[in-house]
Design a protein. Structure first.
Length: 336
């Protein structure tokens, strides 16, 4: 099978590429490099020991997408490409709705025209209504609270409707919780542009001395130590979840939703402690006001992915932080 990874030069896509190639799949990476670097693909090739077909394409350019499918016989698409900064989506909703929705619609139109009907979508726990009880389950109600989350929810709905209109479509919607960590080689990892919005890449830069102190956004939540609790999952476990989803599509048609998490929550303070152990130094941190929109506790019920996909996250918070730190140190010398 030849698999197209849109956004394949990015964090989740590049790590998924390593697992697919090691399993024997041929892949094509499509990326517009708006939030990733060509150097990541070169380092990915170092990891897998072979060249990877790379298409520098913006999914909003439909003719360019058609050209990719005319030159590669694609059997399955893993769709990672999309803008994903929650705060930026609130400031620039039109940018997010256009980029994420138009890009996806172009992709699906070309796939339908070419008879390519296996699709894995990179969705997010952000689609869940915050009033649901934790752990979040796939049948829980949907209620995004920012444009980014709405684009994910709208694309899920598009895929549900497309699948209902044509039973030949085989689709999995993978709702990620909090992916962190990096490939054990340290050659690829999370590489956000600018000041990181998310906890672990921010902590990583404090550990590297690139940022002064960790800001803990609120320690008065109804959680064991007062700080926010999240379901952190190692990006390599997440990558293996995508491999299992690709295998699942060989024998299952229709559109299915799966949570990809560990089913266990860690607090901000617990993550900081794990990172201090990984980097071997104590990290400066200060308590700040809560971040608007943050929930106290979010983690996944992963029973369905375990039962249907055979998915179980294997790596714990210590390994997540150790691999993140290994990447952070090595990335200091990567020029792109
Ligand atoms: C984790 C915890 C913060 C930064 C987001 C997106 C979600 C998904 C994953 C794309 C929370 C606290 C954070 C900091 C802190 N992305 N925190 N100081 O908010 O759970 O999820 O990323 O799909 O869509 O919403 O992740 O890493 O931002 O926050 O105290 O500098 O760390 O309050 O409790 P979040 P996060």
């Amino acid at each position: 099978m030849k698999i197209l990874l849109t956004g394949g030069a990015g964090f989740i896509g590049s790590h998924t590429a390593t697992v697919l190639i090691e399993k024997g799949y041929e892949i094509v990476i499509l990326d517009d490099f708006s939030n990733s670097k060509p150097g990541a693909v070169a380092r990915l090739e170092q990891i897998v020991g072979r060249e990877i077909a790379l298409e520098h394409v913006d999914l909003c350019e439909k003719t360019a997408v058609e050209d990719v499918f005319s030159r590669h016989k694609i059997d399955c698409v893993l769709h990672f490409a999309g803008l994903k900064a929650v705060g930026e989506s609130v400031e620039k909703p039109l940018l997010y709705y256009e980029n994420n929705l138009v890009g996806t619609l172009n992709l699906l139109h070309v796939m339908a025209d070419m008879g390519v009907k296996k699709f894995v979508f990179s969705s997010s726990a952000t689609v869940y209504d915050s009033r649901n009880p934790v752990p979040f389950m796939e049948e829980h109600s949907i209620g995004p609270v920012n444009p980014y989350g709405w684009t994910k929810s709208m694309i899920e709905q598009i895929l549900l409707d497309l699948s209902a209109s044509d039973p030949e479509w085989a689709v999995t919607l993978l709702r990620y919780f909090n992916p962190i960590g990096a490939h054990p080689s340290g050659l690829i990892g999370e590489d956000p542009q600018g000041i990181p919005n998310n906890l672990v890449p921010y902590v990583a830069k404090v550990a590297a001395g690139q940022l002064a102190t960790i800001h803990i956004w609120g320690d008065d939540y109804d959680t064991p130590d007062g700080t926010g609790v999240r379901d952190y999952i190692h990006v390599m476990d997440l990558a293996r979840g995508h491999l299992l989803a690709v295998e699942y599509l060989k024998t299952h048609k229709g559109c299915k939703v799966f949570n990809l998490g560990t089913g266990k929550g860690y607090s901000v303070k617990e993550v900081i402690s794990a990172y201090e152990k990984a980097c071997g130094k104590s990290l400066p941190a200060q308590i700040d006001a809560r971040r608007a929109g943050d929930l106290a506790t979010v983690y996944a019920n992963v029973d369905l992915a375990e039962k249907e996909l055979g998915f179980t996250a294997e790596l714990g918070i210590e390994q997540m932080c150790a691999d993140s730190w290994n990447w952070q140190k090595k990335s200091l010398v990567f020029d792109e």
